[in-house]
Design a protein around this ligand. Structure first.
Ligand SMILES: [Zn+2]
Length: 348
């Protein structure tokens, strides 16, 4: 009897690691053992005259298997709040108690970060968040997208593209809930938006559905059947502790929602779904002078700002086309014809 009990106990002890343990996790040339943190870079090789680049990332690999959550910052290089938030989160998630795996991409777009450019890469003039899923034989921005798709998005079960207002955008925090994609993916995306905790949630029904032309990072995950979220916190190139705290809180909420960590903040109560939104674009090139602040309510026809020529003469009035809230507004003077000057949203 005693022998039998002992044998059973031994078998149970042997079985425990088999049931719960997971294999090491590898991204690029970096491998994290279960219960550990590993950091390194994804290298994008030089090609056709450019110098290539590298993408710094961290794997936080739990001891037990579970979701693989990708957190990607710096798609736009002057969006500092999520970049600094991930610097802090790197050591704030304990791999010893984590279920599953977190992949953090610290600066997706290093040429834009080091070049201090808004919207576009200083190398090829392309917007990284408009060239997904990318091309292995393309320009540098397209190769960054292809690397992120292949090494990060493909490996993840859930993806968050962490943005903020760009270096020229004064922004009130919100998430994008993308409703397109395979069945079930949109529902889980909604749940992720609630778990992240920002109370304004823009309902986005207009993303492409073709995986080969997904254009946006989060949409690249969605068109591959993986729930994803885009978040916007902070802006104007300010490293703002309050906005950083929103990202930290949001990630903690997601870890709880995905049952990767036992504790964490509850989902937002009373979310405000923005059912209609419009990005107002400059009709002319010149100097933008804002008339309202982010978060303000505007009525249809209200003045949002104006654009002058380079001698100070008003050449365009910018008006709200419907009743809504200012989700972001340009906060620095330069504006080029066709570029955004503000985003207005209305509650559904
Ligand atoms: Zn952005």
């Amino acid at each position: 009897m005693a022998k039998s009990l002992c044998l059973t106990t031994c078998l149970l002890l042997l079985a425990v690691p088999c049931v719960y343990a997971q294999a090491p996790f590898t991204v690029g040339s970096v491998t994290a053992a279960p219960g550990s943190i590993a950091s390194g870079t994804l290298d994008v090789a030089p090609r056709a005259g450019d110098a290539g680049t590298s993408i710094p990332f961290t794997i936080v690999h739990g001891r037990t298997s579970g979701p693989v959550l990708a957190l990607i910052a710096g798609t736009h290089g002057m969006e500092y709040v999520p970049i600094i938030a991930l610097q802090r989160l790197r050591t704030a998630i304990d791999p010893g108690t984590l279920r599953g795996t977190v992949i953090m991409v610290h600066v997706a777009n290093m040429p834009s970060f080091l070049g201090r450019t808004i919207y576009y890469s200083p190398v090829d003039g392309k917007n990284l968040n408009r060239v997904f899923p990318g091309r292995g034989d393309g320009t540098l921005t397209e190769r960054i997208a292809e690397t992120l798709t292949r090494e990060v998005i493909t490996r993840a079960t859930h993806v968050v593209d962490l943005h903020c207002g760009d270096g020229n955008e004064s922004l009130a925090p919100y998430s994008y809930w993308i409703t397109t994609g395979p069945a079930g993916v949109a529902d889980e995306g909604r749940a992720m938006a609630l778990a992240f905790g920002l109370d304004h949630i823009v309902v986005d029904r207009e993303r492409p559905t073709d995986p080969a032309a997904s254009l946006y990072l989060s949409n690249t995950a969605i068109t591959r059947g993986k729930p994803a979220l885009t978040t916007e916190t902070g802006g104007m190139a300010v490293v703002d502790d309050g906005a950083i705290a929103l990202v930290e809180r949001g990630v903690s909420g997601l870890l709880r929602h995905l049952k990767m960590r036992a504790d964490g903040p509850a989902p937002v109560t009373g979310p405000i779904f923005i059912g209609r939104n419009e990005v107002i674009r400059a009709g002319v090139t010149g100097i933008f002078v804002p008339a309202v602040e982010r978060g303000r309510t505007v009525a249809k026809g209200a003045k949002i700002g104006h654009i002058t020529d380079f001698h100070g003469r008003v050449i365009e009035e910018v008006l709200a086309s419907f009743d809504g809230e200012i989700l972001y507004i340009i906060g620095t003077p330069p504006v080029t014809k066709g570029e955004p000057v503000a985003m207005v949203g209305s509650r559904q």
